[in-house]
Design a protein around this ligand. Structure first.
Ligand code: SAM
Ligand code: SF4
Ligand code: SF4
Length: 372
């Protein structure tokens, strides 16, 4: 396959139009990348916009009034998203996570959910369909999301103290509203619910124990995420990362924990449970303990670019194929071929010299653009 680099209308990130390989890659659910990793998860970003300005993701100074978000015509339509998702499912995807930006800001998201909920694996099974949200709109939307076919949600919440939370979302959003969203999600049956807390040393690490106390004894699984050097705008510093081992040590001083086996290969979180049986916690240690070896995640950006790694600096422009009249077989073949070439493992190589960006001017994608 030859690749063509095209200039982007807004010059946001480098992009490649995938050419369809001469020898088809049949979507038989068995495609593997160069490191033998299957294609099991697809994260779909449905918007690059957000109503929060978390400093580790969309710092206010960069994402201000003058920042240009993607124009509506650039976004994949629900029909386009569903068509691509179906082809990924044919390649073996079993789990789809909607993300963003803030996915609940995408208009009529329930319609997309209903369409994705109708997809089946080649064994006739429905997908594990989930969504990551800041929960600001969840109280209003939980019941409709469930009715549309969403299975469960993951909620991002970085602290319980209202002042700390307002500072972290940087738009003065109250924590009570997120907690109301969590209640609504529970009531609607959008479980098992996970809560993700990004821990920044010196900013919210004093919230670790209050968060653990709050969710202990509930069906909600709290997961601690190491602050990552994703993108190029969050002014990441290693000394602001609190390693998971330290988070666990602080928890264990109050609540004894024991390790659990992973629920599935490729799972990002290390699972532990309270010895007294009052629930489970998780640790996502992308900085101190890379988990690239089992990474089976592909990411589809809001305007239809396929990224093979969270730290990638170029995407494959599937929208060009979708809107260029390519057949399903041709697009599936292109996706399969791209996956077969994949050798990304950024986190494992962090700190070592990385392969230089293959495309001139290629800059690392931002979290709000590609989702978690
Ligand atoms: N807006 C939604 C939300 O916050 O849940 C979905 C998109 S957000 C980009 C997805 C996840 O990425 C969130 O859980 C967020 O906390 C996490 N995240 C964003 N920037 C991060 C960073 N620098 N390090 C670690 N996690 C990050
Ligand atoms: Fe928005 Fe989520 Fe990024 Fe926070 S982490 S700014 S809620 S996209
Ligand atoms: Fe997967 Fe890239 Fe993260 Fe490694 S760094 S786990 S390859 S997304």
């Amino acid at each position: 396959m030859t690749e063509r680099v095209i200039p982007l209308a807004d010059h946001r990130y480098a992009s490649i139009v995938p050419l369809v390989p001469a020898r088809p890659v049949v979507a038989d659910g068995l495609v593997a990348d160069r490191l033998g990793r299957p294609l099991h998860d697809l994260r779909i970003s449905v918007t690059d916009r957000c109503n929060f300005r978390c400093s580790y993701c969309m710092p206010k100074e960069v994402f201000d009034k003058s920042y240009t978000f993607l124009p509506h015509a650039s976004l994949l339509s629900f029909e386009e998203i569903t068509r691509v998702a179906r082809l990924f499912v044919a390649h073996g995807v079993r789990k789809i996570r909607l993300t963003g930006g803030e996915p609940l800001l995408r208009k009529n998201l329930e319609v997309l959910i209903e369409m994705l909920a109708g997809l089946r694996t080649d064994h006739g099974e429905p997908l594990d369909l989930t969504l990551t949200t800041n929960a600001s709109l969840l109280a209003r939307k939980a019941a409709a999301l469930k009715a549309a076919g969403l299975k469960r949600v993951t909620v991002s919440l970085d602290g319980l103290d209202d002042a700390v939370f307002r500072r972290m979302n940087d738009v003065d959003f109250p924590v009570s509203e997120v907690l109301r969203g969590l209640d609504a999600a529970m009531e609607a049956g959008l479980g098992p619910i996970k809560v993700n807390m990004v821990v920044k040393r010196g900013t919210n690490d004093h919230e670790i124990l209050p968060m653990a106390r709050h969710f202990r004894g509930t069906p909600i699984v709290l997961r601690f995420i190491e602050y990552m050097d994703v993108g190029a705008t969050n002014a990441w510093r290693m000394d602001e990362v609190l390693p998971s081992a330290e988070v666990r040590r602080r928890l264990q001083a109050e609540f004894p924990l024991e390790p659990l086996d992973p629920a599935a290969p490729g799972e990002t979180a290390e699972r532990w449970r309270y010895v007294d049986g009052r629930g489970e916690v998780g640790f996502i240690s992308s900085v101190t303990q890379a988990f690239c070896r089992d990474c089976s995640r592909a990411r589809l950006s809001t305007e239809g670019k396929l990224y093979l790694c969270l730290f990638a600096s170029r995407g494959y422009d599937l929208r060009a194929l979708l809107r260029g009249g390519a057949s399903d077989d041709a697009i599936a073949s292109a996706i399969g071929h791209i996956w077969q070439q994949r050798d990304d493992r950024y986190s494992e190589r962090r700190g070592q010299p990385q392969p230089s960006p293959p495309v001139q001017g290629g800059r690392r994608i931002e979290m709000h653009y590609i989702g978690g």
